[in-house]
Ligand binder design. Sequence first.
Ligand SMILES: NC(=O)c1ccc[n+]([C@@H]2O[C@H](COP(=O)([O-])OP(=O)(O)OC[C@H]3O[C@@H](n4cnc5c(N)ncnc54)[C@H](O)[C@@H]3O)[C@@H](O)[C@H]2O)c1
Length: 341
Amino acid sequence: MLGVGIIGCGGISNGHARGWNANSERAKVVAVADVVDSAAQTRAAQVGGAQVYADYHELLQNPSVDAVDICLPHHLHKEAAVAAANAKKHVLIEKPLCLDMDEAKEIEAAVNASGITLMCAHNQVFTESVQEIKPRIEDGLLGDIYWIHSADCFLSRPFIRTGSAALSSHGPGTWRSKRELMGGGELIDTGYHPTYRLLYLAGAEAMTVSAVLTNHRLPQLDGEDTAQVLVAFANGSSGFILSSWAMNLPSGYSIHVVGDRGTISAGPGRIEMMLNGMERPAVKELQVPDTFAREIEHFIGCLENGETPVQSLADGIATLRLIRGAYQSVAEQRVVSLDTV
Ligand SMILES: NC(=O)c1ccc[n+]([C@@H]2O[C@H](COP(=O)([O-])OP(=O)(O)OC[C@H]3O[C@@H](n4cnc5c(N)ncnc54)[C@H](O)[C@@H]3O)[C@@H](O)[C@H]2O)c1
C-alpha cells in the first residue's frame, strides 16, 4: 500500500483526494499539509483521516509517506519538489512544473540525484478524447499529421456570477493575480493543458514559438487572460494553442488534428473522424471520466512497476519551455527558437 502526503489542500486537491480515494486498494493518503488548518482538516476528513501538518517539511519526515502530491500555488512548486526529492519521496506535481527554466534545472538535478519518480499531473492526457486520438495518430490512420489545434477556454465563472472580481479565484490580491507568484497569466495556468496536449499528440520536437497574449476581461491580473500560441515542429507540422478565461467555447476544451488522410475533432464527450473519401464524419460519444482518478492510477502503477510515467519530468520541462518561449516571444516581439529558452 502506497502512503501518500498531499501538500497544499486548496481547490484542486479536492479532485486529487477524490482520485486517491478511487484508488484506495493500492494507495492511502496518510498525511496532508496546508498553512491554513481548516483546509488541511477538510482534506484529511475527505480521505478518511490523515495526519495534519502546517509545515510540509515535517510531512516529508513522516516514514509512512512514500509519495507526495504537490497541489501548491505555482511559486512554491520548485521548493516543494526539491525538498520531496531530497527526502526520497516520489512526486506527483500539479502543473506548471515550476516558474521558469532555472527552477526546472534545480528540480531535474534533485530528481536525478535521488532517483525518485516524478510525474507531472497533466490530467487532460487522461481524457477520453486524447486517449482515443493518440493511438489513431500512431497507427497512421490520419496519415502524416501537419496541423494540430489545441484549445481550452472558459469565462472565469465567479467573475461572471458575482459581477465583480472580488470572489474570483482570479481576483485581486490572489496569487493568480500576481505575475511573480503565478509565473505569468492564463497561459501558465489553464493554458498549460492545451500546451502539453499539443506536445503529446504532435509527438515531435517543438522548434519555434510565437504568441499573442491579451487581457480582455480580468484587469486585476498582472498577466494575460487570453493566449494564442503558434508552434513549428521539427517534422514540418505546426500547432496552434488557444486558451482563455475570457470566452466560452461550445465544448470547453477542443482538439483538431489534420493529416493528409483525414481529420479528427474532439472535445469532452464527443469525437468526430473524417477520413478522405468519407461523405460525413464518423461520430462517437465519449464518456467523461474522472481524469484525476486515472492519472493517479497511472502514477501508482508506475511506482509499483518501476515504469516511467506517460507525462514525466521531461514532458513537464518541454511544456514549460514552450510556455516560457511564448512569453519571451511577446516580450521580444519576435519568433523565438526554443533551443535558446
Ligand atoms: N489540473 C487542473 O485542472 C488544475 C485546476 C486548478 C488548479 N490546478 C493547479 O493546482 C495548483 C493549486 O491550485 P489551486 O487552485 O488548488 O490553488 P488554491 O489557492 O485553491 O490552493 C493552494 C493551497 O495551498 C496552500 N498553501 C499555500 N502556501 C502553502 C505552504 N507554504 N505550505 C502548505 N500549503 C500552502 C493554500 O493555503 C491553499 O490551500 C496550481 O499549481 C494550479 O495550477 C490544476
